[in-house]
Each structure stands twice: as structure tokens, then as C-alpha cells.
Design a protein around this ligand. Structure first.
Ligand SMILES: Cc1cc2nc3c(=O)[nH]c(=O)nc-3n(C[C@H](O)[C@H](O)[C@H](O)COP(=O)(O)OP(=O)(O)OC[C@H]3O[C@@H](n4cnc5c(N)ncnc54)[C@H](O)[C@@H]3O)c2cc1C
Length: 401
């Protein structure tokens, strides 16, 4: 009896020790948990697995269910902040590599922008001038050049126009699915549906997570849970100032393929997939009206099909003014998504303050940034490096808390 009790005690001590043991890298694979299977979380999981980590992804809903599936998914390097632009440009190189390796179907058509005379034109001109002074190929074009490169459009009066000859757009759900398929081939384990509810801590160090599927011991955790990120990081004492910025997009029925560019015209932006579907909107954010107040406060679904149809038809009509091929398009569906937008609009990337085990990766432009973020986060987690390119984007920078 005594013998049995001591064996049981030894087993329970061993279980606890195993649960909380931190393997030394080189002797055992580092076990990293990634919370969220949006495009950012999946890219991180893929890069970690490629570097030899043991990876578990936790997803509370479905693959790409958050901002990713509601994204316009323009991938571009256009930004006047030099550090941020460099990060974006590096990420475009990452997308080119992934596209070659995995056949992601990215449409590398660049982008075109124009405005008729008026107040908005002055802002667009200032943007184009600011970008002309950078290394990014987004330059002013005159009306003749516009006619040559944008013959698919009926632009009306042009006061200012610009053309980006790099970047493009992708289907965020299809691409995330392909990245995840590769990640799984490399051994990434996916728990879905499975929400991470609590962090298991010992002082400032992570020991594991409590999930809706039970507890799991982990060496590191990457929180890439989009607009839900503060809910988890706050459990480790970090509450970033993160807004959720709503945005709708109409998805049309497929029509004749007319353009491969991302288009920012007067009061409307749109793109077209290789199979003919047009995706676009007539505003980046909802109007500042009373009716739209709730959407600004928290994530909601569309109130009714009628309102959805009204928005869809209005947007398609606006697109059709500038892209005749869209005249035959019908609304297919509308999405309402919530951008994870840090207060200063730059990504938040790095270990939480005071932690060497919990890492946060939350950002707008996550579609553009997924490849570079996957690579750099992996280097910091597995290689124990401090990547210089990420240093302007640390969680403890001023203005975020
Ligand atoms: C309208 C709109 C237009 C956009 N346009 C562009 C654009 O043109 N270019 C661009 O680069 N970016 C754009 N974005 C932004 C881009 O889509 C996001 O930055 C990106 O999708 C974020 O990806 P993510 O993986 O970080 O987050 P998400 O895609 O939001 O994924 C987070 C995941 O975490 C899961 N999760 C949350 N909490 C938990 C938990 N506790 N346990 C388990 N799982 C959890 C969620 O279910 C979700 O699936 C746009 C976004 C919107 C909404």
C-alpha cells in the first residue's frame, strides 16, 4: 500500500514537473502556442514550424474568421513613415517568395489612384508628392499616361492621378487556407474551435494556457488574436490602446475580367479577382451618424438583409461609373469587418513588457505584413534575436498604453 502511494506520488510530481518544465532549446523543441488563425497568426505558425518549433494554434471560431476574411487585402508598401514603409516593402518581398513557393494566386497589378478637382484632390496630391520623395514606386501620372495604363476605366475629370507599379491584392481566405495547409504539413497542430481563456503564469513567466479544451503547457505564447488581443494581454498586465475600426466590403457576382489593379477613385475603392468578382467599398469607415454609433462601439452583425442590399447596390453602382465591366455585376454578399487598429496606427510586435515568454502581434495592414511578421517573430522567438526592423513597433512605446 505504502509502495503504491509512493509510486502515485512520484507520478504526480513527475507530471507537475513535466507540465512546468521549460526545455532548453537545442535539447527539445520549443513549444509555442499561437492564439488566432488569422493571416498573421497562421504566417507566424508556418514560419515557426519551418524553423523547427513545435507549434499549436488555438482558434476560437474558424480559420480566418476575424478581420482577415473581411479584408480588402491590398498588399502595398505605401506609407510616409520610413520605418513602417521599409517593413511593408520587405513584406512584399516575402509575399513574392511565398507566392512562388505555394502558388497563392496573388494579383501583382499595382494600384491606381485619381481625383477630379476639389478638396480631396489636394490631399491625394500631397500623398503622391510625399511618396515621390521615397524609394517606393508610387508616382504621379498625367492624363495621357492614365489613358494608356488605365484604359479599362472611365475616370471622368482628372485633376491628379498616381500609379503604383508594385504591390497587388490577394484573396485573404484562400491564401490563409494555403498557408495553414503548408503549416499542417510541417506538423503544426490546430485546436479549433478552442478559445484560450486564461494564461497559466509563474510570476512573469508563462507556463501554459487554459482553454475551452483543457490546459496545455507551453514554452512561449504568441497572441495574434486581432481585436480580441487586449482581452488576453491584459491578463499579463498589458492593455494596449487598440481600436476596432469597422469597414464594409461588397463582393459582387463574377463579371468579365477588366482590371488587375487596386483602384482608389473618387469616393470608391475596388479590385477584381481573376475569376471576375469585384470587391469594393465607398468609404473606409462608417459615417459619423447616430445610426452607426453602435458599430463604432463594438463588433456587430448587419441589422438586416434590406440594409445589406441597400449598401451593396449603392457601392456597385458607384464602381460601375468608373469600371464599365461592373455594370453587369450583382451583389453577391457584403462583409462587415473590424480592423485591429493600434492607437498610433503602427503594428504592435514584441514580448510584453516584463515578459520573456509572451509575445504580442497585432496590427492593421496585417495582410500586407503577414510574411515579414512571420519571419521576424520567429527569429525573435526561436533565434533569441532582437530584430532591428521591429524596434519602432514595440509594445511599450509611448502613446499605446
Ligand atoms: C474592411 C477591412 C479592410 C482592410 N483592408 C486591408 C488592406 O487593404 N490591406 C491590409 O494589409 N490589411 C487590411 N485590413 C487589415 C487586415 O485585414 C488585418 O490587419 C488582418 O486581417 C489581421 O489579421 P490577424 O491574423 O492579426 O487577426 P484576425 O484576422 O482578426 O484573426 C484573429 C483570430 O483570433 C481568434 N481569436 C481571438 N481571440 C481568441 C482566443 N481567446 N482564443 C482563440 N482564438 C481567438 C479570432 O477568432 C480570429 O480568427 C483590412 C481590414 C478590414 C476589416
Amino acid at each position: 500500500m505504502t509502495n503504491r502511494r509512493s509510486i502515485l506520488k512520484a507520478i504526480s510530481t513527475l507530471t507537475a514537473a513535466t507540465y512546468f518544465a521549460r526545455p532548453v532549446f537545442g535539447q527539445a523543441k520549443l513549444h509555442v502556442g499561437v492564439v488566432g488563425s488569422g493571416i498573421v497568426g497562421v504566417s507566424i505558425a508556418l514560419h515557426l514550424a519551418q524553423a523547427g518549433a513545435k507549434v499549436t494554434v488555438f482558434e476560437k471560431t474558424a480559420l480566418a474568421a476575424g478581420a482577415t476574411s473581411k479584408s480588402f487585402a491590398w498588399i502595398n508598401g505605401s506609407n510616409t513613415n520610413q520605418n513602417y514603409r521599409n517593413l511593408r516593402i520587405k513584406s512584399l518581398e516575402g509575399w513574392q517568395k511565398l507566392d512562388r513557393e505555394l502558388g497563392l494566386g496573388i494579383i501583382w497589378g499595382g494600384a491606381i489612384k485619381w481625383q477630379p478637382p476639389g478638396e480631396v484632390a489636394a490631399r491625394v496630391r500631397a500623398d503622391i508628392m510625399a511618396m515621390a520623395a521615397t524609394n517606393y514606386p508610387f508616382k504621379e501620372i498625367d492624363a495621357d499616361m492614365f489613358r494608356r495604363v488605365g484604359s479599362e476605366f472611365t475616370p471622368g475629370d482628372i485633376d491628379i492621378a498616381g500609379l503604383a507599379t508594385t504591390g497587388g491584392h490577394l484573396d485573404p481566405v484562400s491564401v490563409t487556407t494555403k498557408l495553414m495547409a503548408r503549416a499542417k504539413l510541417l506538423g503544426v497542430d490546430v485546436k479549433m474551435p478552442c478559445a484560450v481563456e486564461e494564461l497559466i503564469m509563474s510570476g512573469n513567466d508563462l507556463r501554459g494556457v487554459k482553454t475551452t479544451d483543457g490546459d496545455m503547457a507551453l514554452d512561449r505564447l504568441v497572441i495574434a488574436s486581432g481585436v480580441d488581443t487586449p482581452r488576453l494581454t491584459s491578463k499579463a498586465g498589458y492593455l494596449p490602446n487598440l481600436h476596432h475600426e469597422p469597414g464594409i466590403l461588397v463582393h459582387s457576382t463574377a463579371v468579365e475580367v477588366a482590371t488587375n489593379k487596386v483602384v482608389y477613385g473618387p469616393g470608391v475603392h475596388f479590385k477584381q479577382f481573376a475569376y471576375g468578382r469585384i470587391v469594393g467599398a465607398d468609404s473606409e469607415t462608417p459615417p459619423k451618424s447616430d445610426t452607426h454609433q453602435e458599430i463604432r462601439r463594438h463588433a456587430v452583425a448587419f441589422p438586416s438583409k434590406e440594409i445589406e442590399d441597400m449598401h451593396s447596390q449603392r457601392i456597385i453602382d458607384k464602381i460601375a461609373r468608373f469600371l464599365p465591366a461592373a455594370q453587369k455585376a450583382q451583389p453577391h454578399h457584403l462583409t462587415l469587418g473590424f480592423r485591429p487598429m493600434p492607437a498610433d496606427r503602427f503594428p504592435i510586435l514584441g514580448y510584453l513588457p516584463k515578459s520573456s515568454t509572451i509575445y504580442v502581434a497585432v496590427m492593421h495592414s496585417g495582410v500586407t505584413l503577414a510574411p515579414i511578421v512571420g519571419r521576424m517573430v520567429t527569429s525573435e522567438l526561436i533565434g533569441d534575436k532582437q530584430e532591428e526592423i521591429l524596434s519602432p513597433f514595440r509594445p511599450d512605446r509611448p502613446g499605446l498604453l
